[in-house]
Design a protein around this ligand. Structure first.
Ligand code: M6R
Length: 597
């Protein structure tokens, strides 16, 4: 997974490339580079973040160019493995996202023809292959080269003395941006918003030629294609930090709005929402996802079973393919904020092969999953830049609540009155989240408990358990403190051995049917001397004596407590990471969308 950008028009291209790459940096930041057409091709690249590349960049004049920010998959992060790559005669430059699976085989053939390679990457074979097939028409050469390639890609290619950028896509996102006498391409719309909101999402197999004169789009069979542009609704302001110190904090504070917008989009038509199979009886649901989206799926299990009575299985997307083919289900739900996670896309294909109806829950319009799944439920969280998912998680929770109610209404577990009550509680949720955000200082104070911790445990029961798993995932991702989320009852079956006065415990003691048992579990830990942070409702008083610290969150209809709990834990992990001086928006070794299996 990486970010790419291409431009052709009257502006100073290096400015456009740098500005756009900064917006894409969340997609990878091992190395960065640009290629500018200034008659001949000029290339500049560096290992490290874009700022490193920018600080050593010589003046590069031109009006056509491409840029890249890399997350290493094949070949270590280094100068030589940074994109763009040049053909041997330096006449063609290329940037690529994805993986060329048969690169060794192609490399062998090219070596026999005398090609000299300068990197360890799979990508480099492509620029040499294009050069090999180039007989005066770059677009034709690109298409011919791609015929030889097995794998996934989005690419942008330029050549000397030309104002055209040739692009192509397969299973990696690519979006064209339309301007006046200028045109763009990027792996993500956030890179384009500064310049245009008119975009065309490319489909798999398509290629395009971009120049100041326009964009020519070609279908998978090479014939000219035409698709009207769509308007991106996200504003520039939405894509910026908006005065917050980190994107993560900004995104946490955006949740009243992102939750509200997701609710509003579907709530009125919920009873009839066309997201379910029409020809199959849904007597079981399977949810497949990774990471944070998996945790949302786990919450989904509890709420779908509660509202509809339909049994739900949740599986890690990358493991689904190893289950027996007879493991099939009428409705398979794929949850992925990016819509580009390779493991989840592969699971979607597998589910379809097994005859399931597939429903995707995603935040990104035009993403790959939206083309693969039979139906889509969009979360309306807006762009999420920080690698740690926050507002997309709570928007996913809203989506699974909506799905649960839709299923409940469909099979008559919920009648009109239950639906009315459900909708009213859901509509009240954004204000409850705002109340938690107003109490952020309490969570900031509690973060001190984790300053020197090397390990922490998060426990909860029933539907709060997955949000504790999510709390633990957030903490480890951005503060590098080892953390585990456990079903509270499970602690005494092993992990209790790890608890001592240096290992903090975070426990959700909320006012529902699990409260008494949670208090017992926390008492067991208190006896071992672990520092205890309780997340409790305003009116839960008797647990207070057990806690070293207590964070109060407003009481809420118990069904929805995973949402408020998640917001509190996001703030906690943010402040712990800040206290420990971590690079919050760009944690080491991670990237925003994981497009490799
Ligand atoms: O885009 P997806 O929701 O499919 O991403 C799945 C995981 O890679 C993602 O949730 C990851 O765990 C995040 N870094 C969590 O903050």
């Amino acid at each position: 997974m990486c970010g790419l950008i291409g431009y052709s028009g009257p502006r100073d291209v290096s400015g456009v490339l740098l500005e756009s790459l900064r917006k894409l940096e969340y997609r990878g930041y091992d190395s960065a580079g640009v290629a500018v057409v200034n008659g001949a091709l000029e290339v500049h690249k560096e290992k490290g973040e874009i700022s490193v590349m920018e600080s050593s960049m010589p003046p590069m004049q031109g009006h056509t160019g491409i840029g890249h920010t890399r997350w290493a998959t094949c070949g270590a992060p280094s100068w030589k493995n940074a994109h763009p790559f040049l053909s041997q005669d330096r006449k063609i430059a290329l940037v690529h996202n994805g993986i060329i699976e048969n690169h060794n085989q192609i490399r062998k053939g090219l070596l026999e023809n005398g090609t000299v390679f300068s990197s360890d990457t799979d990508t480099e074979v492509l620029v040499h292959l294009i050069s090999h097939y180039h007989k005066g028409d770059l677009h034709a050469a690109v298409r011919r080269a791609l015929d030889d390639v097995r794998g996934t890609y989005s690419i942008a290619v330029v050549e000397e003395y030309s104002d055209e950028v040739v692009v192509a896509k397969k299973e990696n996102p690519l979006v064209l941006g339309l301007g006046l006498n200028e045109n763009f391409v990027a792996s993500d719309v956030t890179a384009l918003l500064e310049y245009t909101s008119d975009v065309v999402y490319m489909e798999d197999g398509e290629s395009a030629v971009i120049s100041p004169r326009g964009i020519s789009l070609y279908g998978a069979d090479g014939s000219a294609a035409d698709r009207p542009p769509s308007k991106v609704q996200w504003s520039m302001e939405e894509a910026r930090k908006g005065g917050f110190e980190h994107y993560m904090l900004k995104e946490i504070f955006e949740q009243p709005r992102s939750i509200s917008e997701t609710i509003i989009s579907y709530i009125d038509e919920l009873e009839m929402l066309e997201i379910l199979p029409t020809r199959k009886k849904v007597d079981m649901v399977k949810i497949l996802a990774c990471g944070t989206s998996y945790n949302a799926g786990m919450v989904g299990k509890y709420v779908i079973e509660e509202l509809s009575g339909i049994p739900v299985q949740v599986e890690i997307a990358s493991e689904y393919r190893y289950t027996t083919k007879t493991n099939r289900c009428p409705l398979v739900v794929l949850i992925t904020q990016s819509g580009e996670t390779a493991d989840t896309l592969a699971a979607c294909r597998e589910a379809k092969d097994r005859g399931s109806f597939t429903l995707a829950i995603t935040n990104v319009v035009g993403s790959s999953i939206t083309r693969e799944a039979d139906a889509v439920l969009f979360t309306k969280a807006g762009p999420e830049i920080s690698v740690a998912a926050t507002k997309t998680y709570t928007a996913q929770l809203i989506a699974v609540y909506l799905l649960a109610a839709r299923l409940g209404y469909m099979n008559r577990s919920m009648g009109d009155e239950e639906m009315r009550i459900f909708k009213a509680s859901l509509r009240a949720l954004p204000n409850k989240v705002s109340e938690i955000l107003d109490r952020a200082q309490g969570l900031q104070a509690a973060a001190a408990m984790f300053r020197d911790a090397t390990s922490a445990f998060f426990i909860g029961r029933n539907r709060n358990f997955p949000s504790m798993m999510e709390g633990a995932l957030k903490l480890k991702e951005i503060s590098y403190v080892h953390a585990e989320g456990y079903a509270a009852g499970e602690l005494k079956h092993g992990p209790l051995a790890l608890l001592d006065e240096r290992t903090p415990l975070v426990a959700a003691c909320l006012g529902d049917h699990t409260y008494d048992k949670m208090v017992s579990n926390v008492s067991e830990v208190a006896a071992r001397g672990s520092p205890i942070l309780l997340i409790a409702n305003d009116d839960n008083e008797d647990c207070e004596t057990l806690a070293d610290q207590i964070v109060r969150i407003p009481p809420i209809e118990p069904l929805f407590s995973p949402v408020t709990l998640a917001v509190a834990l996001q703030l906690l992990s943010y402040y712990v990471a800040k206290e420990r001086g971590m690079p919050i928006d760009k944690p080491r070794n991670l990237a925003k969308s994981v497009t490799v299996e």
